[in-house]
Design a protein around this ligand. Structure first.
Ligand SMILES: *[C@@H]1O[C@H](CO)[C@@H](O)[C@H](O)[C@H]1NC(C)=O
Ligand SMILES: *[C@@H]1O[C@H](CO)[C@@H](O)[C@H](O)[C@H]1NC(C)=O
Length: 496
């Protein structure tokens, strides 16, 4: 009897749990917390590929980890996510996984990484669950390992002008066969290297980067192994793995002890070498010498030989957000050297606490700030207000723009406000719709990249200064200019 009763109770508990679960799923489906990522904004379809490759081993700083004695600043492989314009027509249907999960695998690594980052390691399963709940249904639109767009297709789609889709590219490919044989070198693709922010990952900006790719750019988003992200795994060629966790000063041992600024300097130096290695990889791909193995588990490499002669290596631009934007300004110091043959930089919300910003810049730059970044001013390393420091840097560059997209917050250029729109709106207090904000960021970025090719100033680039002193000047002198999607931009500095 007792036995019987207990069985009955556990069955009831099970019933309750299932009912509760179904109820939750029901509520969830009525008011979705998460939204799918929108389609990219440009005329081309997008290929996507994670690549990890061995690079020459380098130790950037000789500090060691207190826990394990490991070397946190040793670089042995480069990991990037490639987003590139693709020609789907050439892909056999069987080899088309149509999308890639947004959450990196294993999710528990990222969950634990964020828990450590927040200083609550014991809550890692809660973080993993939350990530799974909010992120697991999201996929990055695009075709994994799709063939890169051919020269003739690029020209045809460009000539037809404007929003095209799969069908247009297909018919362009057909026309290509019927009509002219074009020079294989015609229409090589400009390249972009993207560097993520503190606590970011290579796929945290997939909509922004995939959209730039859909406008005809080959974008490599670096997965930095400098200890700034939540967690990442290095896959060595000999089959062993190494986990890299988020680094804090207290995790490190060195003689003399590192300061916070030393740590930032070491990480930025590490990032700079990863950017250089990415540019080297572009050159290798363009030379038809792609990495022989893709160290990233389960990631193919079929499309890589197709990059032969497809990249315009005299058009490599660096872009980054936050900590990454600080890294962009730093990388521009070396622009034009053999290691850094870069033609310009895009800096989204340059860091406020990641060390002083480099002022020595000879190539065009576009600094875009979120409304939040511009409004909330802080003193910057004894140099004055952050806004003033950034404006002076931009004004000292021959071709520099400094703008603010109003109504946005620091994470507005990431995928987060697209995937969990109302949570992000509540947390960040943005007034501009998150999709519009991204469209504006993408449009202005693409206009800038086009400017680097053609010298034409379109969109916000064509505006005069509307608000020279931004939050530091008189409120009535802060006028705005409309972006292509109707949002308000402040323009603080333009080329003379
Ligand atoms: C595998 O390669 C890594 C990096 O080169 C090295 O640190 C590790 O000791 C190697 N492990 C084995 C078992 O060979
Ligand atoms: C490569 O990019 C440069 C500008 O960065 C441009 O002048 C040149 O025409 C491009 N070459 C090709 C083949 O598209």
């Amino acid at each position: 009897m007792v036995f019987h009763l207990r069985r009955f109770t556990s069955r009831r508990v099970l019933l309750f749990i299932s009912a509760g679960f179904l109820f939750f799923v029901f509520i969830f489906s009525l008011t979705p917390i998460t939204a799918p990522l929108p389609p990219y904004t440009g005329p081309h379809e997008v290929g996507i590929l994670d690549v990890e490759t061995e690079v020459q081993n380098q130790v950037i700083h000789d500090a060691i980890l207190k826990d394990t004695g490991g070397k946190p600043f040793e670089l042995s492989t480069l990991a990037i996510t490639l987003y590139y314009p693709s020609s789907l027509s050439a892909a056999p249907p069987s080899s088309r996984p149509w999308a890639r999960p947004w959450l990196p695998q294993p999710v528990s690594l990222i969950g634990e990484g964020y828990a450590r980052l927040a200083g609550v390691s014991y809550l890692s399963s809660v973080f993993t669950f939350a990530l799974w709940l909010l992120g697991s249904s999201t996929v990055i639109p695009g075709v994994v390992d799709a063939p890169i767009l051919s020269g003739a297709e690029k020209v045809l789609v460009d000539e037809s002008g404007g929003a095209a889709g799969f069908n247009k590219i297909l018919s362009a490919a057909e026309q290509e066969h019927q009509e002219l044989k074009r020079d294989a070198d015609f229409g090589t693709l400009p390249c972009v290297v993207f560097t993520h922010g503190m606590a970011g990952m290579s796929q945290s900006y997939s909509h922004y980067l995939g959209s730039i790719a859909s406008h005809g750019y080959v974008v490599a988003a670096v997965e930095h192994r400098d200890g700034s992200g939540p967690g990442t795994i290095i896959h060595h060629p000999n089959g062993t793995e190494k986990e890299v966790w988020h680094l804090k000063l207290k995790d490190l041992e060195s003689n003399p002890p590192m300061t916070d600024l030393d740590l930032k300097a070491a990480q930025l130096a590490f990032r700079q070498i990863e950017i250089q290695e990415t540019i080297k990889l572009f050159a290798q791909l363009n030379a038809g010498d792609p990495p022989f193995v893709n160290l990233k588990p389960d990631s193919p490499r079929e499309s890589l030989p197709g990059f032969n002669h497809r990249l315009n290596l005299s058009s490599v631009t660096v872009a980054g957000h936050s900590y990454g934007a600080t890294g962009v300004l730093q990388a521009l110091k070396a622009a034009g050297t053999k290691e850094m043959p870069i033609n310009g930089g895009i800096a989204l919300d340059p860091g406020k606490g990641s060390g002083p910003l480099n002022k020595d810049i000879d190539v065009p730059i576009m600094v875009m700030q979120s409304g939040e970044w511009t409004e909330q001013q802080t003193e910057f390393y004894g140099q004055g207000w952050h806004f003033d420091v950034v404006r002076k840097i931009v004004e000292s560059v021959k071709e520099g723009w400094f703008t603010t997209l109003t109504g946005t917050a620091h994470p507005s250029c990431t995928d987060a406000p697209l995937i969990v729109p109302w949570i992000m709106k509540l947390v960040t207090g943005t007034t501009l719709d998150s999709r519009v904000a991204l469209r504006e960021y993408i449009d202005t970025s693409v206009r800038f990249l086009e400017y680097l090719q053609t010298g034409e100033k379109k969109g916000v680039l064509g505006s005069d200064v509307t608000s020279a002193s931004g939050p530091l000047g008189d409120e009535e002198k802060r006028t705005k200019v409309k972006g292509f999607y109707g949002a308000d931009w402040e323009v603080h500095a333009v080329p003379q």
